[in-house]
Design a protein around this ligand. Structure first.
Ligand code: CP3
Length: 347
């Protein structure tokens, strides 16, 4: 099997089988991840060690019958490469310098020459060299809105009210920040493609925060600008847009950003999205991560229900969000087996 099923689906061709990968497929639920993470010392040291990060990227590929590897890194690498202080406090999540006025935005640097970007690109090229022929390599970044929300809040925040208010009021520093993030995202993704990434995913984890014309301005607009620019620089590299929480707006996200696939959170039925997205666009998702956490009989049934909603040639099997750290690694193998079995039974 030399063809890449993921590239076939994203390129509108009939794949040999339904492509499968999982968001956060390399991570704390795997004992071999926890071991390398311990060796590296901190999460960021792991991200910036090309040797260890490419090993982590390969861990789920060595264990499971998957169709894609996703670069092991984080969306907050971009603000750090722009000069923003970042650390991950144990058990607390990320802590960043706050960027919420024009002085702080003016201090941001372009990412092109940052050592963080060089390290990530070395991880990409190392990983690409060792990848089995049927596995595609996915590079990624966070979407401007989601990354801006972490910069404005200075870290994780339950409601992201400060960031959401800025998106509504549009002070000049907010527009300038979004422009800088659009530019940085283009350069960062482009560098990953030149290092060997074959597919790109843009994570807008907090897209569901915004509504109406604010959604249009801060989610769809910036992502469309990035996709347009990438199309010019790398015409053959497909882009997956995951606007988590977009709900009834996924059809518009697909049509207006020009994505080759849209990721769908578990709350939405794939069949309804499929009707709303353009013919050439695939859907990705959307098994509930808690079904994967639960495992057992119900998991197989949930997998079959997801699969029944989408034809093989328009579907990338995945979760509606990342794998939960408490997930039993055996459940991932069960889910993959259930996908393969259900597809074999289909006429
Ligand atoms: O999917 C993969 O396997 C690739 C690696 C990847 C990570 N983060 C590794 C990671 C990817 C694609 C991300 C994206 C990311 N990072 C997003 C968007 C997707 C989503 O989950 O909504 C966001 C919002 C972040 C920001 C981030 N990174 C937070 C808020 C945290 C702390 C919370 C947590 O889960 O611990 C992280 C840390 C992080 N990123 C870990 C991993 C494996 C855990 C770090 C550890 O080992 O302690």
């Amino acid at each position: 099997m030399g063809r890449k099923a993921l590239l076939d689906v994203l390129g509108n061709r009939m794949p040999e089988r339904r492509p499968i990968w999982f968001m956060r497929q390399a991570g704390r639920y795997l004992p071999e991840y926890r071991e390398l993470r311990r060796q590296a010392g901190s999460f960021l040291d792991l991200c910036y060690s090309p040797k260890l990060a490419s090993q982590v990227t390969m861990q789920p590929i060595d264990r499971y019958d998957l169709d894609a590897a996703i670069l092991f890194s984080d969306i907050l690498v971009v603000p750090q490469a722009m000069g923003v202080g970042l650390r991950f406090a144990e058990g607390e999540g990320p802590i960043l310098d706050v960027v919420a006025d024009m002085e702080a935005v003016a201090r941001l640097k372009p990412v092109r020459d940052a050592r963080q970007v060089a390290a990530v690109c070395e991880t990409v090229s190392r990983t690409r060299q060792g990848l089995p022929g049927h596995v595609a390599l996915i590079g990624f970044c966070g979407a401007p809105w989601t990354v801006a929300s972490y910069m404005i809040e200075g870290g994780s925040s339950e409601e992201r009210l400060k960031a959401r208010l800025a998106a509504h009021r549009r002070p000049s520093w907010y527009d300038a920040l979004m422009d800088r993030l659009i530019e940085a995202s283009c350069d960062y993704l482009s560098a990953q493609v030149m290092a060997g990434a074959e597919v790109l995913q843009i994570f807008d984890s907090w897209a569901g925060d915004l509504t109406g014309d604010v959604f249009e301005d801060s989610v769809i607009g910036p992502i469309r600008t990035i996709v347009d620019e990438l199309r010019l620089r790398h015409p053959s590299v497909p882009v997956i847009v995951f606007a988590r929480g977009a709900g009834s707006k996924h059809g518009r996200v697909a049509a207006e950003t020009g994505a080759q696939a849209v990721g769908i959170e578990q709350a939405v039925e794939l069949a309804s999205v499929l009707k709303a997205v353009p013919e050439h666009c695939a859907v990705q998702g959307n098994l509930d991560p808690v079904a994967l956490l639960a495992g057992g009989e119900r998991l197989a049934r949930r997998v079959e229900n997801v699969i029944r909603e989408v034809p093989l040639h328009r579907h990338v099997f995945n979760l509606g969000h990342g794998i939960k750290p408490a997930t039993d690694p055996a459940h991932v193998a069960e889910a993959i087996a259930a996908v393969r079995a259900a597809d074999t039974r289909r006429p």
